[in-house]
Write a protein that binds this ligand. Structure first.
Ligand code: NAG
Ligand code: NAG
Ligand code: NAG
Ligand code: NAG
Ligand code: NAG
Ligand code: NAG
Ligand code: NAG
Ligand code: NAG
Ligand code: NAG
Ligand code: NAG
Ligand code: NAG
Ligand code: NAG
Length: 714
């Protein structure tokens, strides 16, 4: 093919004397790349003059200088013949599917190369072998200015010689690969004009290199998501043009030195998820350009320096999960005019929610959960016209009546988490406490673990945008109101661990979002992720839909039958009726809940046989009917046998695998035991099972309802 083209080309040159046809050698190199030239995205074969091919430019002597082919769906390996394109200056193959290693040493002959962008491909192999030139180690040519190898699968060490001649280098991005070893030091001695260095998301270890003070032009330094250790080197603070330092998710220890205030151009400081300790620098306020201060998940201590309030451009202040303390109400936030996100979750702040915060008029998210804040919600909070997220869980706030009355006026509020406050107070039941458009935008209300007394209040029926309602671990009495089914968007309801009685209302089985797949659950991202510890694992939920459609009424005093209408809730992923007084058969209709992943009916007084149709629940992976009065054989040859025997125990008349006893030995005694049980009103409840299966939904935010003892939501 190539040979034929070549002949044809010579023929044309001969006949028509085309002067500007591209250089023969260059053309052959291009054809060898190998780009899939039959690809509809690249129609090179249509013309002979390669200088006019898509993505190619030449110099006056018809030599190829630019190969600019990002996003072309190209694949294959790069050919060693590329090294013959000796005039190549701009080479951009980003966002394709090239694979394999780079041909050894090709870059040593490309001594006019200025821009090399191979990002977003599947190139791999040891970089130090690929850049070596025939045994010697020359690295990139001295002409190089921009190197982007990011988002590939390269590995190996980035050796000092790779960039030894790169005097004019301005940008080096090797992020999102598998590079190992230390970040090369003295980079800026050889490349004094570097403005941008990105080593993030690799396997680099060792310390942050010394010599960064030589980087007098450096604006962006990123090396997050590696295994770097040691201290932040003092000379980092000498790189006075720095606008961004991003070193999250490493093992960096020590403190942040006060010299950091020399970096007056700093806009982003991201050091989260490290081992930093000590206090914040006293003069922090000199960083007047700072917009994003992300220091969460470290071991930082002490009070916030008052000068922080001189960082008047702060947009995001995220210091959660540290050991900061002091009376937060003494800080005056009113200077932070741009503040949008304030996350101080899991610290040791005392005092009350600072009133000065309510003058930060662009605030959209406040999380002060798990601190030691007291007092009441102040009416001034309604000044925050953009507030969408408020989490004050696990503090010692009081006056839930006042809180509901005030917060109902926050018209933009989507997420309100007040779990673990207002201990032993009464839920305000006065319907007029919430106006007809109160909590207008509220999607998630978390009021669990408050030991609240009273009944489920009717003002909740006005929350027409409510999607997730968590009222577990209170002392709520009365029955489940049928009007809950009038909440058009509700998909997750947790009423577990209360004192609720009566029957499970049939109306709930008509919850619009759970009945039909016509109204898909909104999966927009939350401004701040919600976290929960499940089984000791920290889980992050970035949207409400991640929580999953789910109903739990576990650990209450509900009685009566499980309504057959339950089969209508086709969108449900989890259903927990455990530890109540439900009687009757397991309705066959449960098998219509074909999306069900978790089903817990344990600890009731259900009798009859297990419907064989339950084996239709193909997604079911957590299941229990333990401690009831079921009888007969566990349906054979279905996935119902794949669950542990503990899912069935405490039903003396139940038999067959996975239970140890075979069916023949039991049949015949059925009636006696049934009678006996009814007579005594005996409630089967094995304490060991209760502990294993306490089914929480504590903070309302966990799709998993088994083993929920140690859940916390903020
Ligand atoms: C094919 O190449 C010519 C120039 O050589 C260009 O004008 C045309 O848009 C290309 N077609 C496609 C489908 O890319
Ligand atoms: C291209 O380069 C290779 C070595 O990489 C060399 O052997 C070959 O002769 C060159 N081809 C031409 C046409 O120059
Ligand atoms: C390569 O092309 C992509 C897509 O147009 C562009 O985003 C990228 O900036 C280019 N690379 C360089 C170094 O200019
Ligand atoms: C490598 O270099 C040696 C001499 O330095 C030379 O003889 C040999 O041909 C070169 N090999 C290649 C593949 O360029
Ligand atoms: C570096 O860039 C300058 C200015 O563009 C240029 O004069 C010089 O030749 C370049 N140096 C190298 C080694 O290419
Ligand atoms: C480096 O490349 C990655 C993509 O691979 C990109 O997300 C990142 O923003 C780049 N870094 C810099 C500093 O531009
Ligand atoms: C910070 O600036 C002060 C005063 O200009 C200077 O004495 C100190 O050496 C600087 N620190 C660093 C690390 O450059
Ligand atoms: C992090 O560094 C500390 C010392 O500062 C060390 O004890 C610990 O093992 C390191 N952890 C990891 C995961 O490397
Ligand atoms: C904040 O800045 C002002 C003016 O620059 C200065 O007078 C004041 O002392 C600073 N406050 C703090 C607490 O550093
Ligand atoms: C906070 O500072 C502003 C001026 O910046 C002042 O008007 C206000 O009274 C202060 N608030 C408190 C609670 O100290
Ligand atoms: C609770 O808050 C409301 C509204 O702010 C207030 O009127 C009421 O006095 C408060 N009750 C108590 C006991 O502080
Ligand atoms: C929690 O851990 C236990 C055993 O460690 C396991 O059996 C169970 O499936 C886990 N639960 C969840 C929800 O991951």
């Amino acid at each position: 093919m190539a040979a034929r083209d070549l002949l044809f080309n010579l023929f044309l040159i001969g006949i028509f004397c085309i002067n500007h046809a591209c250089n023969q050698i260059d053309r052959d190199c291009l054809l060898s790349l190998p780009f899939d030239t039959s690809s509809p995205r690249l129609n090179w074969s249509n013309s002979l003059d390669c200088c006019h091919w898509e993505g190619i430019s030449c110099d006056h002597s018809a030599r190829v200088t630019h190969i600019w082919l990002p996003f072309k769906g190209l694949r294959g390996r790069l050919s060693p013949l590329l090294g013959n394109l000796t005039r190549l200056s701009h080479f951009n193959l980003s966002h394709n599917s090239f694979s394999g290693p780079l041909p050894t040493g090709i870059f040593s002959s490309l001594n006019q190369l200025e821009v090399l962008d191979l990002s977003y491909n599947q190139l791999n192999g040891d970089i130090s072998l690929q850049f070596a030139s025939n045994g010697s180690s020359n690295g990139l040519p001295s002409s190089i200015q921009i190197v982007d190898l990011s988002s590939n699968d390269f590995n190996g060490l980035i050796q000092y010689w790779l960039l030894q001649q790169a005097w004019n280098l301005t940008k080096l991005n090797v992020s999102h690969n598998s590079f190992t070893g230390p970040i090369p030091s003295s980079l800026c001695i050889n490349s004094p004009f570097v403005r941008l260095l990105d080593f993030s998301s690799n396997n680099h270890n060792g310390e942050i290199p010394k010599g960064l003070e030589e980087c007098s032009r450096l604006e962006v330094f990123r090396a997050g998501f590696n295994f770097l250790s040691g201290f932040l080197p003092e000379d980092l603070y000498g790189a006075s043009e720095l606008e961004e330092i991003s070193l999250p998710s490493n093992n960096i220890s020590g403190s942040i030195s006060n010299s950091i205030v020399n970096l007056t151009k700093l806009i982003n400081l991201e050091l989260y998820d490290n081992e930093l300790s000590g206090k914040l620098p006293m003069d922090m306020g000199k960083l007047s350009k700072l917009k994003h201060l992300l220091l969460y998940t470290n071991f930082l201590t002490g009070a916030l320096p008052p000068s922080l309030m001189n960082c008047t451009n702060l947009v995001t202040l995220n210091l959660r999960h540290n050991f900061f303390g002091g009376d937060i109400s003494t800080l005056n936030f009113s200077t932070l005019h741009q503040l949008t996100i304030l996350d101080l979750w899991k610290n040791e702040f005392t005092g009350t929610l600072p009133v000065s915060l309510f003058s930060c008029k662009f605030l959209r998210a406040i999380r002060l959960a798990s601190n030691k804040l007291g007092g009441q919600i102040r009416p001034e909070i309604v000044q925050l016209k953009f507030l969408v997220f408020l989490s004050l869980s696990y503090n010692t706030l009081t006056n839930i009546t006042g809180a509901v009355k005030i917060l109902a006026h926050c018209k933009t509020l989507n997420v309100l988490l007040l779990t673990g406050n207002f201990l032993n107070e009464a839920i305000p039941t006065d319907d007029s406490i919430v106006g007809f458009d109160g909590f207008k935008s509220l999607e998630y209300l978390g009021l669990t673990h408050c030991k609240l007394t009273g009944q489920i209040p009717t003002w909740l029926s006005k929350l027409k945008n409510l999607q997730v309602l968590g009222l577990s671990f209170n002392r709520i009495t009365g029955s489940i109101p049928g009007w809950l089914s009038t909440l058009p968007r509700l998909f997750r309801l947790n009423l577990s661990d209360n004192l609720i009685s009566g029957e499970f209302p049939k109306e709930i089985c008509a919850l619009p979002t759970l009945v039909s797949d016509q109204a898909p659950i909104d999966d927009s991202s939350l401004i701040l992720s919600i976290f929960a510890t499940v089984n000791g694992t920290f889980l992050e939920f970035s949207s409400l839909s991640n929580l999953g459609p789910w109903i739990s009424v576990a650990n209450n005093n509900l009685s009566g039958n499980i309504p057959i209408e339950i089969g209508r809730l086709k969108q449900l992923h989890g259903l927990n009726f455990s530890h109540n007084n439900f009687i009757g058969n397991i309705p066959d209709q449960i098998s219509e809940l074909t999306n069900l992943e978790r089903l817990d009916l344990s600890g009731n007084q259900l009798f009859g046989e297990i419907p064989a149709s339950l084996s239709r629940l193909h997604f079911l992976h957590q299941f229990s009917v333990a401690n009831n009065n079921l009888h007969g054989a566990i349906p054979l040859g279905t996935q119902l046998q794949s669950f542990d025997a503990s899912a069935y125990e405490g039903n003396p008349q139940l038999c067959g695998a996975p239970l140890p006893h075979e069916c023949a030995s039991i049949i015949g005694n059925n009636n006696d035991i049934q009678k006996d049980k009814d007579g005594l009103g005996f409630r089967w409840l094995h304490i060991s099972t209760v502990l294993g299966f306490i089914t929480g939904f504590l903070g309302v935010s966990i799709p998993l309802f088994f083993n929920s003892i140690n859940r916390r939501v903020a």
